[in-house]
Design a protein around this ligand. Structure first.
Ligand code: BG6
Length: 480
């Protein structure tokens, strides 16, 4: 996990340079890394898009995006060194000569720098364009290193990694034809969250909890990603996807993997990715009979009025799913994943509940003594360990106390930007620890597919819920 130097001459080629992901995440993240002195000294962003723009127009666009993001004016002088890293290359995804032109731009930069630079391809485009773009990249020689041992090529792929196992496999096969696994960087920004990186440190840098970590002492795991925001302007995308594919198939399953995975043999990326994939492979697939007891789906009132959402849509905006694992360490432990939009105050956390001690030093008929370890990302990034202690005084009474470690206030965290900055830098450094491996993708869909299929068949009815309230959590309480 220790990254090598990031000071490697790099060209970052952005396909769909004016796309939504570039605007909301990548450009602010690059600027954040630049301000923290983390970008390589020789670094260029080549934006590829069909607009008729000059370099200056592209730079003007980047300036606007950064101001919009910072919600304040940023002076030309302050931004100039950063903006001068941006070049524009007009091109069509399906036009061969556009790729040949791009190759000339790359060769020109390498000649100017006098090095064979590393090339990083970022696709901010809909997955249906992947095949076209990736094949053209290979045909034009853009993905070939200058010499076998000089200048790498990495490609960054964003979720959704397909819509189900079949489509995910197609994307992976296509990527696999053109790139080796160590060149493919699949982004799940949750893996770059400070608190989630902390889970591995908490578990594997300390000896406190690793022995009891498993079904002998742990009673249950509950993962919650309860959001305040709704679907907002993402109707056309979200309606075809739904909450479970949007965050369950990836973010929540990754959280589950981090909290349950075995100790890796080393802290190298491949060893960590393997352990995440291994634990995901022990998830039991739910049968149709399990679905009613183990899953729940809901949609908030008003969702169907959103632009781009079908008036008769039965897409879920909330889900709760109980998973189990067939392995000696975790069998019998319910693992509940729950997430939804418009659920009031945000709450994003993993709660690990320990069994009641037997026999127990607690007053008869008193409160149950279940310890909890909570990894919380919102509203604050913190780890809590809840335990019981004797109340000071003459009588024997117990009270609940907590050990509390706060990483920082949520306000100190710039949503998405920090995570993307970390991920882009790791990609430049060649560290895949926080990226999803192909084995993980396969296992996550293996678990997800049958649930989505059962919901589509209507095995579990879609319930509606009142937005900006937690009522639906109560309606779904039978899933535990
Ligand atoms: C994204 C989903 O991947 O994650 C969004 O597409 C969701 O719908 C978001 O809101 C949650 O991420 P975060 O970092 O805000 O918890």
């Amino acid at each position: 996990m220790v990254a090598p130097s990031n000071n490697i001459p790099t060209i970052f080629a952005a396909f769909g340079a004016t796309g939504d992901l570039m605007r909301r995440k990548v450009l602010p993240a690059l600027y954040y890394s630049y301000k923290h002195g983390e970008l390589p000294k020789m670094f260029k962003v080549v934006g590829f898009s069909r607009r008729e723009w000059s370099d200056e127009e592209f730079q003007g666009y980047v300036h606007e995006v950064l101001e919009e993001h910072a919600k304040t004016k940023i002076s030309e002088a302050e931004l100039l060194p950063f903006l001068s890293m941006f070049e524009f290359q007009r091109g069509e995804f399906g036009d061969k000569s556009s790729y040949d032109d791009l190759k000339k731009t790359f060769d020109g930069l390498d000649a100017e720098w006098g090095v064979c630079s590393n090339k990083l391809f970022y696709l901010s485009v809909a997955p249906e364009f992947y095949e076209l773009i990736l094949s053209e990249l290979a045909r034009s020689g853009l993905t070939d290193p200058c010499e076998p041992d000089q200048g790498w090529t990495h490609v960054i792929v964003e979720k959704p990694f397909g819509m189900d196992s079949t489509t995910a496999k197609q994307i992976d096969e296509l990527l696999g034809k053109l790139f080796k696994e160590e060149q493919i960087y699949r982004i799940d920004h949750y893996l770059a969250k400070e608190m989630l990186q902390n889970i591995l440190t908490f578990r594997f840098s300390n000896n406190l909890f690793e022995l009891p970590w498993g079904n002998k002492l742990i009673e249950g795991i509950h993962i919650k990603v309860l959001e305040t925001i709704g679907v907002e302007k993402r109707g056309p995308f979200y309606d075809g996807v739904g909450a479970f594919r949007d965050v369950g198939q990836n973010h929540l399953l990754q959280m589950l993997a981090l909290v349950t995975m075995e100790h890796p043999e080393s802290f190298e990326a491949a060893a960590i990715q393997k352990k995440r994939a291994d634990i995901l492979s022990s998830l039991d697939v739910l049968s149709d009979e399990d679905m009613k007891k183990a899953t729940f789906r809901g949609q908030y009132d008003g969702y169907r009025d959103i632009e781009g959402v079908l008036p008769s849509s039965d897409t879920e905006t909330y889900f709760k799913v109980r998973a189990t694992m067939s392995n000696p360490k975790w069998s019998g432990v319910p693992m509940v994943m729950e997430s939804g939009k418009r659920l009031g105050e945000p709450l994003k956390e993993i709660v690990v509940t320990f069994k009641h001690p037997m026999p127990c030093l607690c007053p008869p008929n008193g409160a149950h003594h279940k310890n909890e370890v909570i990894f919380r990302m919102e509203p604050r990034e913190e780890i809590l360990i809840e335990f019981w202690t004797k109340k000071a005084g003459f009588s024997f009474a117990t009270e609940r106390r907590e050990f509390h470690y706060m990483l920082r206030e949520q306000s100190a965290h710039v949503p998405y930007v920090e995570e993307y900055a970390k991920l882009l830098l790791d990609c430049i450094r060649g560290d895949q620890t926080l990226f999803i491996g192909t084995g993980e993708i396969r296992e996550m869909w293996r678990f997800t597919d049958p649930i989505l299929a059962a919901w589509q068949k209507g095995v579990v009815p879609l319930e509606s819920y009142r937005p900006n309230s937690r009522e639906v959590l109560d309606t779904a309480r039978h899933v535990k």
